[in-house]
Structure formats: structure tokens, C-alpha cells
Design a protein around this ligand. Structure first.
Ligand SMILES: *Cc1c(COP(=O)(O)O)cnc(C)c1O
Length: 477
């Protein structure tokens, strides 16, 4: 593809753009349990209109666009009241959970650089269920991640293990509300007490649950404390582009007070251009996501979110009951919101996923890690509610199909190669050969994912990461 000599017609452009989407995940059907948080066409319409209205406004400079300062402050104000924060709690709008988490880690690091300069190699303690974004933040910011195990039945952080992992270099503890993988809320209250006792910070990762859990609680669901009502919580991330149904590119990072948030802000006046002062990672940025988030929250309103929560709670209860009735399947943990994890000791879950995919469903694979075995993840949404019965009968059907099918083995040579891998001998070329043996062409997207997932699942996390990097490095131009 080259830049066209003469511009294309509007019609051609939009025909093409539409056609590019043919193989995308069909989320409009309501049969996808992940990636898209679909609030229905009416809310989407509001979101698009507000997004377009602020598409061109630039968040680089709030003195030029005071509208964006106002939108950001109003979003933070709504969120802190929603999450038991007082007037001291402050925060900022970011592009997503990852950016919020990077900022929380940077703030903790720089706070301790100022307060405890003797700490040269800062560490954060992350339960094994903590989101990958913390590893990314640690990698970018040179903070060491110390992982601690989670309970093998509840999949919640083990507070004793966290206590035992604290050293003189520990600056930050992390708890999830809920964790993405199993949808359970860590014992944030106990972690908060520990953080206060040790004089360190605690981040509550409420990217998934921050917006919805208060509604689940109002409906009588037993939701553990996770927000600013817990004295030790020093920062909290809450994504608006998940269960607040905002357009993507919307999250908030909140802090207990300004003394802490100060370490998040970056100012630069040592270059020849305009003066820079940024709250977040991005500099020039569209006002679209912020305006869309503001519009959607105000459009749905408190009663609207409560009604959404009611439907999701009911749907989750039915999914959990349905899975428990299928003897080949087994839940991992007890969902405390509307995220469900289940596995099987009798059928191959990766083949089960592909089989369900052929029936028009999207459910997400998760590889084994530490004491969490490979499983299937579902994020349940209002758009899925009408499909629950059909989903469960198809799931039961697929379980039997995969059970009765002759086991689809990976090529023998490959299996053997995988189990006798020497990590130091792994070059890019070896990785490409492995992918080829599994029938994966390095420059195309595979349709059947079971083989790839099975290969990845057999490898150590380190080799998985290297293989993925090789694959993606070849896929993108
Ligand atoms: C989604 C999620 C994140 C990361 O958020 P992005 O918006 O994808 O960057 C972090 N933590 C949890 C618990 C999440 O569910």
C-alpha cells in the first residue's frame, strides 16, 4: 500500500473501512464475553456524539481548553464520592488501566525517592493474580516485582505471604478489586492494615470493579471493602471504559491526597519549545474520551447503573449455576462481580473454546500460571443477558463434542521439542520453526487457536513471552 496520489472518495474510504471489519469480533451480537463493554445502541450514540464534539480539543494544555479541566475535575469528583473518598482525595483522567497503573507505580517510586532516599532498589509486592500492567510498569520504571502466591481455592491474595515478602526495599503493595482472571476481590482491608503498619503504600486495582462494585453491594451482594473506606489504600485505579461503559481511552487514577499525587506530575521547562506540565503519560491528547466518559456517566445515571448491575448479577448467578451443573467443568474461585473463571480436568479447554467459537461465541483462554490452571474467562455484560440459556446449552454440547472427539494431539516431534527445551538455545530461528511445526504461518492470523494456546501453555512464562515477541515482531510491518 502506498499513499494514493489523488485522495480517495469518501464513499470508497468508508466502504473499505467497513470491509476491513468483516473478520473482527462480532460484539454486536451479544455473544462475546470479553473485550467490548456494550451498553446498547442508545448509550453508544451518546458516547459517539460527545466523542466527536471533543475530538479535536487538545488535553495538552488546560489553559487553552478549560473545558477539559472542568470535565476531568467533574469525573474525579464523581468517582471519589462513589468510592468513599473525602475532599482530600484527588486524581486524574488517563487513557486506560495501564496508564493509571504506570502512574501509580511511578508516584510510589518517586514518593519514596524523596522520603526514603536510602532505598536504591525499590520493590513492589504483587500477588500472582495482579494484572500484567504492573509488570509493564515495573519494567518501564525499574521497580522490582516480588510475586506472592494466592490461596489455591479462593484465588485471593495470601496476606501472610505478602507480609513475609516485605523487605527494607518494599515501597508498594497491590490488591485487586476484583482480579481480572478469577473475578475475586483481594483482602484489601488486611493489606491496608499491613501497609499502615509498615509505613508503605497500597494500590487498590479497581480497574474492573471500581465503578460497578458499589452497585453490586447496594443490591445486597457481599462485596469486600476495597476503596478509600480502607485506611491503608493510598491509590486506586478505576477504568471508565470497562463497566462504566465509556468509550475506550478512559480511566481514572485516584490518590489519598495531594502530597502523594504531587509525585505523579511531570513538568519540563528545559527545552526551547512550549512549557510542559503533564498529569499523565500522554501529552497531546484528544478531548474525545473525556467528553464521552462524562456524557455516558451523566446519561446512564445512578439508577441506570444500578439496573445494569442488577441484570449482570442475575446473569452471573445463572452462568455459575449452569457451569456447576456440567460435571466436566469446575469453577476457579467464587465470582464476586460478573467475571467468571472455569476449567476442566476432563476436556481440553482450548479445544472447548475453539468449538464454542465455531458456534458463534467468544470466550477467552487463560494459560496456566503458578497455582491457577489453564481456564476460560468470561466478562459478563448487559448485552449477554438474553443469551445465557443458549450459551449454557451450547457449552454443554461442546463439552460432549470435545470429550467424544479423538484427542487432537500436537505433532509428536513438537511435543518432544517443547518438553526438552533449553532456554539458552532459543533463537528467533528456533521460534519460527516451532511456529511452523504447529502450522502457524508467521505473517497471518491463525483461526484455530487451540494448538497455539496448547504450545504456549506447555512453555515456561519466560519462553512464552519470547515466542510472543518473535511472533508479533513478524506479524507487524
Ligand atoms: C483491564 C485491567 C487493567 C488494565 O487496563 P487497560 O485498560 O486494559 O489498560 C488492569 N487491571 C485490571 C484488574 C483490569 O481488569
Amino acid at each position: 500500500m502506498k499513499i494514493p496520489k489523488n485522495g480517495m472518495s469518501k464513499e470508497k474510504i468508508f466502504n473499505q473501512l467497513e470491509s476491513f471489519r468483516t473478520n473482527d469480533l462480532d460484539w454486536r451480537s451479544g455473544r462475546a464475553f470479553g473485550y467490548i463493554f456494550d451498553p446498547g445502541p442508545e448509550v453508544l450514540g451518546i458516547s459517539k456524539e460527545a466523542y466527536s464534539l471533543f475530538l479535536t480539543e487538545n488535553g495538552l494544555d488546560f489553559t487553552a481548553f478549560p473545558s477539559l479541566l472542568r470535565l476531568e475535575n467533574e469525573l474525579v469528583d464523581m468517582a471519589r464520592k462513589h468510592l468513599h473518598g473525602d475532599e482530600q482525595v484527588v486524581g486524574n483522567f488517563t487513557s486506560g488501566g495501564t496508564e493509571s497503573i504506570i502512574l501509580a507505580v511511578k508516584t510510589a517510586r518517586d514518593y519514596f525517592r524523596a522520603k526514603r532516599p536510602e532505598i536504591k532498589e525499590p520493590e513492589m509486592i504483587l500477588p500472582t493474580t495482579g494484572h500484567a500492567a504492573f509488570h509493564k510498569a515495573a519494567h518501564y520504571l525499574q521497580v522490582k516485582v516480588v510475586q506472592t502466591p494466592v490461596d489455591p481455592i479462593t484465588f485471593k491474595a495470601d496476606v501472610k505471604a505478602v507480609r513475609d515478602a516485605i523487605t527494607h526495599n518494599t515501597i508498594l503493595l497491590v490488591g485487586s478489586a476484583p482480579s481480572y482472571a478469577h473475578g475475586v476481590v483481594d483482602p484489601i482491608r488486611a493489606l491496608g492494615e499491613l501497609a499502615l503498619e509498615k509505613g508503605i503504600l497500597l494500590h487498590s486495582d479497581a480497574c474492573m470493579g471500581g465503578f460497578m462494585l458499589p452497585y453490586f453491594r447496594r443490591l445486597g451482594a457481599p462485596v469486600p471493602d476495597f476503596d478509600f473506606s480502607v485506611p491503608g489504600v493510598s491509590s486506586l485505579s478505576v477504568d471508565l471504559h470497562k463497566y462504566a461503559y465509556a468509550a475506550k481511552g478512559a480511566s481514572l487514577i485516584l490518590y489519598r491526597n495531594k502530597d502523594l499525587r504531587k509525585y505523579q506530575i511531570f513538568a519540563c521547562s528545559r527545552w526551547a519549545g512550549y512549557t510542559v506540565v503533564n498529569n499523565a503519560v500522554q501529552s497531546s491528547k484528544s478531548g474525545g474520551p473525556m467528553a464521552a466518559a462524562w456524557a455516558v456517566i451523566n446519561f446512564i445515571g445512578d439508577d441506570g447503573y444500578l439496573e445494569f448491575a442488577r441484570r449482570k448479577l442475575e446473569a452471573t448467578r445463572r452462568v455459575v449455576e449452569g457451569i456447576e451443573k456440567i460435571p466436566e467443568l469446575r469453577l476457579l474461585g467464587r465470582p464476586e462481580m460478573c467475571l467468571v473463571a472455569f476449567t476442566s480436568d476432563m476436556v481440553n479447554v482450548f479445544h472447548l473454546i475453539d468449538d464454542m467459537n465455531d458456534k458463534g461465541w467468544y470466550i477467552q483462554p487463560a494459560l496456566s500460571f503458578d497455582n491457577s490452571q489453564q481456564h476460560i474467562h468470561m466478562s459478563i455484560n448487559v448485552s449477554n443477558v438474553k443469551w445465557i440459556d443458549k450459551f449454557l446449552s451450547d457449552l454443554e454440547d461442546s463439552v460432549h463434542q470435545v470429550l467424544n472427539r479423538k484427542a487432537e494431539e500436537l505433532p509428536a516431534g513438537l511435543q518432544q521439542a517443547l518438553t526438552s527445551l533449553d532456554p539458552s538455545a532459543m533463537t528467533g530461528e528456533v521460534f519460527s520453526r516451532m511456529l511452523q511445526m504447529a502450522g502457524i504461518n508467521g505473517t497471518e492470523l491463525p483461526r484455530k487457536m487451540a494448538d497455539i494456546n496448547e504450545i504456549l501453555n506447555m512453555l515456561s512464562p519466560e519462553l512464552r513471552e519470547r515466542l510472543l515477541v518473535e511472533y508479533v515482531n513478524n506479524l507487524f510491518c
